[in-house]
Design a protein around this ligand. Sequence first.
Ligand SMILES: *Cc1c(COP(=O)(O)O)cnc(C)c1O
Length: 237
Amino acid sequence: MTITPSPLQARLAAVNERIAAACVRAGREPGSVTLVAVSKTFPAQVVRGAAAAGQRHFGENYVQESVEKIAEMSGNDGVDSLIWHFIGPIQSNKTRPIAQNFQWVHTIDREKVARRLSEQREARLPALQVCIEVNVSGEASKSGVNPEELQALADAVATLPRLRLRGLMAIPEPTTDEALARRRFARLRELRDALNGRGHRMDTLSMGMSADMDAAIAEGATLVRIGTAIFGERKHA
Ligand SMILES: *Cc1c(COP(=O)(O)O)cnc(C)c1O
């Protein structure tokens, strides 16, 4: 008997195949890229469907929405093993629920936010895994720390006791120019490698979304953040 996959399962499988193919083209191990399914704006019911199909890592952008969703999901079969990534902009007065509910934060862009997350991370929880968001697009983007200020921020974050600095994250400006996309992602990799050359030990590059994941994987992405290609178009935000 064959079981027809749901549209969500089929899209998830297609994204996993796309990641594997991009890895092969880049001469990388298929297991070297982790898929973070970006479930923002979609209800817990939809997340449950993806979890049932084997998806473990989920990304969320909005504090209120995600805290409610995580609470709704916990206690259900198997979903306690889900890993939640905060990937949205962070206001410094909203750090506590992020420190309490997430395993990863990708969007650290200033020391104040990092310090608060470290202070608010409960002792009973493992250290919060974090990435620093870097602006690799210059004038075309406003989010992320500028490359010139990255080293000072990385040095500061690395000293915080309840954070573990895992790597760098970027959201380059949207472009249909594949070569430009590759250059932006290569820049992030080079910045990470330069910091590692100065004593940091970062193993993570969070880069690539539905439209540009292939270019990101070619340049070394270890986490790709994919929403639309899995869940379909978002109605808002
Ligand atoms: C929404 C979002 C994504 C997913 O984008 P898609 O184009 O839907 O794949 C990835 N990363 C961040 C930071 C986002 O805000």
